[in-house]
Design a protein. Structure first.
Lengths: 377, 464
């Protein structure tokens, strides 16, 4: 149990597209940074300094405040060997912990299966996005995908309530288990029933919510607000997943990257303010990651796909500080022009699984990996 | 009278090669024959879509500007009104493969130009399409080839051309990506007029020789001073290319394959079919029609009924055409343009250059709700001409009808849809709870269309 006696909750914020690590956490005293980033370097006096060697991108003010408060762990050089540097493939690798074969089970799908083995609560996992990420997929696991909390429900056009309820009952009956009709039919069956149950549970959340926090208007602000509404409604959700992007800044990175981090930083800060106002922050941690970092040398306007990146873990239970090592930036130390990872992402997952969700990590992440100890303040 | 099997097969062909057809049309096609129908699809004689009507009533779609919505409305109009269905379906196919997103391009006018290129050349030569794509302003901007310079190469286009548009992962090296990118340096956009004060000006492709890397390159084992066109020729010589495109066609038209990122690890579901199609592509110098002809006439296609989860676009357009909810430049066109997005497929704005995850990944507990609601809203609306026609088909069977017969006839006209015993039982029980069936009249219409709505909610209906 977490600090307030409630079960631990995990919020994943995926930064989609490959966030540029080198310009997110800036080695502002490193000559290589200025040599390799002729077009994209952030002037030293604008870097938000965290310590003697590293600072955050200027747009990350609210994130720096969280770091200074001790609630943020920064995990450096995160990644895996032999990255294909392809969006979908790399994201799949992060989602399924299978770098060499195609995984179909997501690490969080497996975790949810451990947390709620009989699928008793259809909203144990909630995805606040249109498309369900593979990270949440596992046979027998139901995850509500809520693109917009305020309009979620089935057969909403049938106005007459009795008629609608009758049809919803038929729907529930039709979507029973369909043994022997194939995987996809079974998947559909599961999905249908879960959609129905989930809608009934979730419609309570916005009705109960009130807050003094005013979120911004960016899509990520809206998504985090939806998550705050569901979490504070106490419906038993243990894993939330959402995303923001695109961080795939091959061109015009200076403006784009700043805009993205402004949106994310403000939304994240508002989210934690909201949780604190509801006394609902103690049992939550947030994990932010991206599918790869970007190339060390800029291409004149942006950066191409790279390898090692950074991840962030936020929450009152986080042991704040820096973990793992900032990769070497000397040209000879790079692989294919990219920063070399020294912290396998599966080790970081292991920390979250073991120290936060109290689950055995090895079967979920397919092995034993060095797990930095950033949880347990 | 066409047999049940003929009707089922022809409906299958029209759903896959187009966006479905009414029962009247299906019966007519059965009379003329399957192969004749395939030829008509390949060489359509129907008139082009009435663009004047679209722009006259929705002027915003003529020069849509930055937002995706007007472009989506425009393309929805094309798909909903086309009398050249396979041509339009191939346009959608190429958009799936050469996924270009308005979120970055921020210019629907140019994405629609790209779509128009897919429409006019999509059943022509794949070689010409690749060359057109390399010089397409929206694509150049989308994949940053305008930032690809002799002294500072940008690999985005070079990589995705090989990874996603022709060969697939595992059939080239990182070095090939680099050399490919160098070959395309200088393929860029002409200087743009500023947007203010007169609005957006069209982009134009321009080749800048001063920015082109003319030095020697080694690409896929060949060495030479390669330009972009040379790269495309070398790519087409690779066996992997014909297999990749054949597999895409199979995945889109025949049966759901694993997701594209898995293709270098997982074999095709039907390797012989893909081989056959790849061979025909090569034998016909990458002309598309011969392979489509062979595919639609093949046994593996004819046996693939309901092997694909319908894409959101197929659900939306199929329903609009079938119910007659949108027959022209209706005022609600612009709102309808957003519907595929709500169901999980934002046309003209795929989530990345890798396009959409298809097949069962179209369905999650969120999109399922949207899909069911979209279809059931319309098939239960007896004011719609298409629905009225469907109700007539169901009702023209004599003086009385049992609940089971009603359900059977509804299942037939909605697809035909094959359902499990459990599903059938629920559908029949729902009808029985309304008492004895009286043919003709409003009550019959209402009960029939309610049955349509419940069928639309079944899981079997999600396939097509």
């Amino acid at each position: 149990m977490a600090g307030n006696g409630k079960p631990p909750v995990l919020v994943i914020l995926q930064l989609t597209g490959g966030n540029d690590y080198f310009n997110t956490l800036i080695p502002y005293n490193d000559g290589n940074y200025y040599d390799m980033r002729p077009s994209l370097q952030v002037p030293q006096d604008r870097v938000l300094k965290l310590d003697d060697t590293l600072g955050m991108h200027p747009a990350m003010g609210p994130m720096k405040e969280i770091y200074d408060s001790g609630d943020m762990a920064i995990i450096h050089g995160i990644g895996y060997a032999n990255s294909p540097r392809s969006h979908f493939r790399s994201m799949d690798i992060w989602h399924t912990c299978e770098p060499d074969t195609v995984g179909t089970e997501g690490w969080l799908g497996r975790a949810l299966r451990e947390i709620d083995p009989n699928g008793e609560n259809p909203v144990t996992g909630v995805n606040v996005d249109q498309a369900l990420p593979r990270a949440l997929v596992a046979p027998g696991v139901s995850v509500a995908s809520v693109a917009d909390l305020s309009t979620y429900g089935l057969l909403t056009s049938i106005e007459q309530e009795d008629q609608r309820n009758q049809m919803l009952q038929r729907f529930a009956n039709m979507y029973g288990p369909a043994v022997g009709t194939g995987q996809v039919m079974e998947y559909l069956g599961q999905t249908g029933l879960d959609a129905l149950k989930g809608a009934d549970i979730l419609k309570v959340a916005p009705e109960q919510y009130s807050s003094s926090v005013e979120y911004g208007s960016s899509p990520i602000a809206k998504k985090l607000k939806d998550i705050a509404q569901i979490h504070t409604a106490d419906v038993g959700t243990r894993v939330f997943y959402t995303s923001h992007g695109s961080f795939d800044t091959h061109a015009a990175q200076a403006a784009l990257h700043a805009g993205l981090w402004t949106e994310v930083s403000e939304a994240v800060a508002d989210f934690w303010d909201d949780l604190r106002e509801h006394d609902a922050d103690q049992n939550v941690i947030m994990f932010m990651f991206s599918e790869f970092g970007r190339r060390v040398r800029d291409n004149g306007s942006g950066t191409d796909h790279g390898a090692a990146g950074a991840a962030f873990a936020i929450g009152p239970s986080i042991k704040g500080g820096m973990y793992s090592e900032y990769p070497q930036t000397r040209p000879e130390a790079l692989e294919q022009g990219d920063l070399v990872p020294n912290q396998d992402y599966r080790g970081v997952y292991s920390t979250i699984l073991e120290d936060w969700l109290h689950l055995e990590a090895a079967p979920i992440v397919n092995g034993q990996f060095e797990a930095p100890a950033f949880i347990g303040a | 009278m066409a047999s049940r099997e003929d009707i089922a097969l022809m409906s299958h062909l029209m759903r896959r090669a187009g966006f479905g057809a009414s029962r009247d049309e299906i019966e007519q096609m059965c009379e003329q024959g399957y192969e004749v129908t395939v030829e008509q699809l390949l060489n359509p004689t129907g008139p082009p879509v009435d663009e004047y009507d679209l722009y006259r009533h929705h002027p915003i779609t003529e020069v849509p500007g930055g937002a995706a919505a007007p472009g989506q409305a425009a393309w929805l109009y094309f798909m909903a009104t086309t009398q050249r269905p396979l041509e339009e379906k191939m346009t959608l196919f190429w958009h799936h493969v050469f996924a270009t997103g308005n979120a970055k391009v921020d210019n629907c006018f140019h994405i629609m130009d790209q779509i128009a290129m897919f429409r006019s050349q999509g059943m022509g030569s794949y070689r010409d399409l690749l060359k057109g794509l390399a010089a397409d302003p929206a694509m150049i901007f989308w994949l940053d080839n305008n930032e690809n310079h002799k002294h500072a190469p940008n690999e985005n286009w070079g990589r995705e051309l090989l990874e996603l548009f022709s060969l697939g992962v595992g059939n080239y090296t990182e070095k090939d990506v680099f050399e490919c990118s160098r070959a395309f340096t200088g393929w860029t956009l002409d200087a743009k007029m500023p947007r203010y004060p007169y609005g957006r000006f069209p982009w134009k492709f321009v080749f800048r020789p001063e920015d082109h890397d003319y030095s020697e390159k080694t690409f896929l084992g060949q060495t030479g001073n390669f330009n972009g066109e040379d790269i495309i020729e070398i790519v087409l010589q690779q066996e992997a290319c014909s297999k990749f495109i054949a597999r895409h066609l199979y995945n889109f038209f025949v049966a759901d394959e694993p997701q594209v990122p898995a293709w270098n690890i997982e074999e095709p579901r039907n390797p012989e079919a893909v081989e056959m199609m790849a061979k025909i592509l090569v034998e016909n110098d990458y002309e598309i029609k011969p392979v489509l002809r062979a595919m639609f006439n093949s046994d593996f296609f004819k046996e693939a009924l309901n092997q694909k989860v319908k894409s959101p676009v197929e659900v939306v357009i199929g329903t609009l055409r079938g119910t007659g909810d949108l027959t022209g430049s209706d005022p609600k066109l612009e709102a309808l343009g957003k519907e595929p997005g709500y169901l999980g497929q934002d046309i003209l704005d795929p989530p990345s250059v890798e396009g959409w995850h298809t097949g069962r990944e179209w369905i999650n507990s969120g999109s399922l709700v949207k899909r069911v609601n979209f279809v059931s809203d319309r098939v239960s609306d007896t004011s719609l001409p298409g629905v009225q026609r469907m109700v007539e088909h169901v009702g023209n069977n004599g003086a009385t009808m049992s609940a089971e017969e009603l359900v059977d006839r509804c299942l037939d006209i909605m697809g035909p849809v094959e359902v499990s015993d459990l599903t059938k039982h629920e559908l029949v029980s729902n009808v029985e709870s309304g008492g004895k069936i009286e043919l003709g009249g409003e009550s019959f219409s209402q009960r029939t269309s309610e049955t349509f709505a419940l069928i639309a909610a079944t899981r079997e209906f999600q396939f097509g």
